[in-house]
Design a protein around this ligand. Structure first.
Ligand SMILES: [Zn+2]
Ligand SMILES: [Zn+2]
Length: 536
């Protein structure tokens, strides 16, 4: 986390931090890495005393292009049309396709504690004429732009190529047009049927004024023009754009040579990989950002993106794995370490800052947050599947009543665990207590296991253990006293209560059931030990 504080230490003067996104369709969870990094940079700058403005833009005059085809949302007849000019395909009140997908994505920001000072929409900037000076400069210096492309990216445009795309007056497409002449006020464009493979132009050609929203700059020039328009000083970008000769290099060169301004400081960041694959935008089977934000609470989601340095990829596969429980465990571990408690395993460098920047509220007291009592995620998942008064049970484990804040945190984890069990958890994390009758698998227990269950019933009737830890100790002690392998002892417990060979931590499972109904537990242990239902 020192990277953000180091960055804040080496800049001077007021800072403008910017990022923008093309709303091609449903936005994948990995796309949250940029906004989280952006927010941490802004927090670090402000903590260092810099006057800081955080901007977030939507590149909504971009056409629906090949990128949209990677999402489940592309609409064939609008290929090549600016995203801001395509009707919302979901009937929920947004003004356009762009407003819908950008809106659903941006709506996750506030919950994550990311609060840009201002959002901007490029369709509005163009329409207001804010981009006109840059369009004029780019056209006047078209030869210099072509030269930059040739030198930096080895892309050779013909001498007639001009760096602006007119929105076709006939078919409304912007992805299919090319400008071949510029007379100082008007541009001559052609809407070509075969300019790109993913959209077909209508064949129209003519002279038009490229100003006031009738045309847009190609991405590399638009990016550089944004830096000039907003005075951007720092802009992180994804690794795919930061390659040698790639998008960022081109825009940097255009900023210097065409718009005559030093480009902002770059903070390149790596991808979030799902099952080892990069997913920039969601395919049908991907994980949309707004969906994951419904399952993973904000502080754990921030941690997901902040634990590795920006230049390290993140592996995250929530589907059918324990990736989400592990994320919570890591959060709790960093909290414990920050609070000065001993923890297992190696700690990441700057772990206290990682914890601090994971908090949603930038003004929260990290020491108080770190030492707060938390029920583990896995324990919350057991609570959700039981029938307990969870506040009371949690208070017993804490040793005193929960504060309001702790009760809120417990509620948050119960909701998260419930959603996780519903959507992502592997089948063995879900369990149902066989409450009505002794399950079938208990009939297959061997004599050693039956003796274990009988002895266990006698022991707990006498000692009435209360907590999961107490119960865990009794299970171990009893297994040892009857000379039964621990593996077989635990299997007997799972068979008796869950009708399966494994399950969540046995001590806590039975402790919860015992707290709820001790008679049921004693009866079930004896019934299972007898190989069937006990006749009273
Ligand atoms: Zn909508
Ligand atoms: Zn056209």
């Amino acid at each position: 986390m020192e990277w953000a504080d180091e960055l804040a230490a080496r800049v001077t003067g007021p800072q403008v931090v910017n990022d923008s996104k093309t709303p091609s369709g449903t936005v994948h969870v990995g796309s949250l890495r940029g906004p989280v990094i952006l927010d941490v940079i802004a927090r670090a700058l402000r903590a260092a005393g810099h006057d800081t403005t955080l901007l977030y833009g939507v590149d909504d005059l971009d056409p629906m292009d090949a990128q949209a085809l990677l999402t489940p949302d592309a609409v064939g007849r609008y290929m090549g049309v600016p995203l801001a000019h395509i009707p919302d395909q979901v009937d929920d009140g947004h003004a356009s396709y762009a407003r819908h997908h950008a809106g659903v994505f941006i709506d996750t920001f506030a919950g994550l504690g990311i609060q840009p000072d201002r959002y901007y929409w490029m369709s509005e900037q163009y329409a207001a004429g804010d981009m006109d000076p840059y369009i004029r400069t780019a056209l006047d210096r078209a030869d210099r732009v072509r030269d930059v492309y040739r030198r930096v990216a080895n892309v050779r445009h013909p001498d007639t190529w001009h760096p602006v795309s007119v929105i076709c007056e006939q078919c409304g497409r912007v992805g299919t047009t090319i400008v071949t002449q510029w007379d100082g006020e008007r541009a001559f464009y052609e809407c070509r049927p075969d300019l790109v493979t993913w959209a077909h132009g209508c064949g129209r050609s003519g002279w038009v004024s490229p100003f006031g929203g009738r045309a847009k700059l190609p991405w590399n020039l638009e990016w550089a023009a944004q830096w000039s328009l907003f005075g951007v000083t720092i802009e992180p970008c994804g690794k795919d754009l930061a390659t040698a000769g790639g998008s960022r290099d081109r825009s940097d060169a255009i900023a210097r040579e065409v718009f005559e301004r030093e480009p902002p400081i770059n903070v390149p960041y790596e991808f979030l990989l799902i099952g080892g694959r990069k997913m920039s935008t969601s395919k049908g089977q991907g994980v949309p950002a707004h969906r994951i934000a419904e399952v993973v609470p904000p502080e754990q989601l921030r941690l997901l993106f902040l634990r590795p340095r920006p230049n390290h990829a993140i592996e995250f596969e929530p589907e059918g794995t324990d990736a989400i429980p592990r994320l919570f465990d890591e959060f709790d571990r960093l909290a414990a370490a920050t609070a000065g408690r001993p923890v297992k395993g190696e700690l990441p460098p700057g772990y206290a800052a990682v914890f601090r920047y994971s908090l949603v509220d930038p003004n929260a007291d990290p020491a108080a947050e770190a030492s707060a009592f938390r029920i583990s995620f896995r324990r919350a998942a057991m609570f959700v599947q039981g029938r307990l008064d969870t506040d009371q049970r949690a208070a017993e484990e804490k040793g005193s009543a929960l504060t309001d804040g702790q009760a809120r945190m417990l509620k948050e984890r119960l909701v998260a665990a419930g959603r996780w069990l519903e959507l992502y958890a592997p089948p063995n994390e879900r369990f149902v207590v066989a409450r009505v009758a002794v399950p079938g698998s208990a009939r297959a227990l061997n004599t050693g296991q039956c003796r274990f269950l009988r002895t266990l019933a006698d022991d707990v009737e006498r000692t009435t253990p209360r907590t999961g830890e107490d119960w865990q100790a009794v299970l171990f002690r009893t297994a040892e006293s009857v000379g039964l392998e621990k593996r077989l002892a635990f299997a007997a417990v799972y068979a008796a209560f869950l009708d399966r060979p494994d399950g969540p931590r046995a001590g806590w499972l039975v402790a919860d059931l015992f707290a709820e109904d001790s008679e049921f537990v004693l009866k079930r242990l004896r019934e299972a030990a007898a190989g069937g239902t006990l006749v009273p």
